[in-house]
Design a protein around this ligand. Structure first.
Ligand code: ATP
Ligand code: MG
Length: 367
């Protein structure tokens, strides 16, 4: 997967830009607030996902302008394709000149993986971000998982409502069994998918982290199902049975709190260096390296499943990494098109092969 050309019009602080990036590493450097992240954000939007900065569509158009355009020619599924997004109060998308119902039609057609400093929350913050990380990747690989997830969310809300209702209408207790079974069925499928994906991710992340740290540290990712005792070898039906058992055991507690105390919405992905949690004990550089390894491993998993390496977008990763870790990043990520932003030109002196662009006040020039 690669971007062959990208044209922007009135996107964020970029009035007009055209770039034909290289097939390998593309460095975008420049001072703060020049538009480097904006450029990465535009490439990311072509994957059909929402902005990785949580921006609303209306914030993406250059101040004072009414419409913005992101247009690309990309190589994917063995051929050159085109995509276009028009933001003019609403959002319209075209794929190969055919108007689409929404940008989500780009999902799976153009794939990308992004790392920005905001993603450090993946190791620093609570489990919700890590669950989302797993779910987003699994959705890219297995689109069917999207509907399993949304059914689970719906049934979870309905079960929680029922738990609240039971406290003043005890006769409703009889109906809880059916909701428990539905929830456990979907929950078992989700936990099984996440465990399987984590095992694949773990292998790749460990190998990448070993490279980044020059073999000095070992990264381990472990899926932790919350208090249901699911094991690696369990099939979805085994996990469903264990979850159902747990839901029954914690029924009175659940009715008291009006919420469901077990299921995939309570699970976590543990990120360990050796036996120690990276969140609790990792240095800044170790935390950054761990997130980076997880993101790059994600890109390898997608490549394995879809047969094409996603485009890798690395926003501001270089700071807090020492010279050997930066060197690994610049020169050992072969086979993918990569965009890396940074402020300091000195960071890429060791770049052996790649293109270097300078971003200044929203306009781009090649060095
Ligand atoms: P840093 O090195 O600090 O991360 P950057 O080069 O990545 O800087 P960007 O985040 O790309 O900077 O933002 C560049 C500028 O774009 C910011 O000053 C921001 O205020 C401006 N900007 C954001 N949205 C818009 C918009 N809709 N219209 C015009 N300017 C915008
Ligand atoms: Mg930036």
């Amino acid at each position: 997967m690669r971007v062959q050309s990208l044209r922007l019009e009135n996107f964020r602080n970029i009035p007009s830009l055209f770039i034909t990036p290289g097939e390998g590493v593309n460095i975008i450097y420049g001072d703060n607030a020049q538009g480097k992240t904006n450029l990465l954000e535009a490439v990311w939007l072509l994957s059909g996902a929402k902005s990785f900065r949580g921006a609303k569509d209306g914030e993406l158009t250059l101040f004072g302008e009414k419409k913005a355009v992101i247009e690309s020619e990309f190589f994917g599924e063995g051929r050159v394709q085109t995509s276009k997004i028009l933001l003019d109060g609403k959002k319209t998308a075209w794929l190969n000149d055919i108007k689409q119902d929404s940008v989500t039609a780009f999902a799976g057609k153009f794939t990308a993986v992004v790392f920005s400093p905001a993603h450090l929350g993946l190791v620093k913050d609570g489990p919700a971000g890590r669950r989302k990380f797993l779910d987003t990747s699994i959705c890219q690989i297995t689109p069917r998982y999207i509907s399993v997830m949304s059914q689970y969310q719906r049934i979870l809300l309905q079960r929680n409502q029922l738990l609240k209702d039971i406290s003043y209408a005890p006769a409703l207790l009889d109906t809880l069994d059916i909701w428990d079974e539905r929830l456990a069925n979907l929950g078992g499928t989700i936990i099984r998918s996440r465990m399987g994906y984590t095992a694949r991710l773990q292998q790749k992340a460990a190998a990448i982290y070993e490279g980044i740290s020059m073999g000095k540290e070992a990264l381990r990712l472990c899926y932790r199902p919350f208090e249901i005792g699911a094991q690696e070898g369990d099939c979805a039906a085994d996990i469903t049975a264990k979850l159902l058992q747990k839901l029954r055991e914690s029924r009175s507690e659940d009715i008291r709190t009006g919420s469901t105390s077990a299921g995939p919405h309570k699970d976590d992905l543990e990120v360990l260096l050796g036996e120690k949690s990276v969140r609790a004990f990792g240095s800044q550089g170790q935390q950054r390296s761990a997130v980076l390894a997880m993101k790059l491993a994600e890109s390898r998993c997608i490549e394995e499943m879809l047969g094409e390496a996603p485009v890798i977008l690395l926003d501001d990763v270089m700071s807090e990494l020492d010279a050997s870790r930066r060197d690994y990043l610049l020169n050992h990520l072969t086979g993918s098109q990569i965009f890396i932003t940074c402020c300091d030109k000195g960071y890429f002196q060791k770049l052996q092969d790649g293109r270097v662009f300078r971003m200044e006040k929203g306009s781009l020039s090649e060095e």
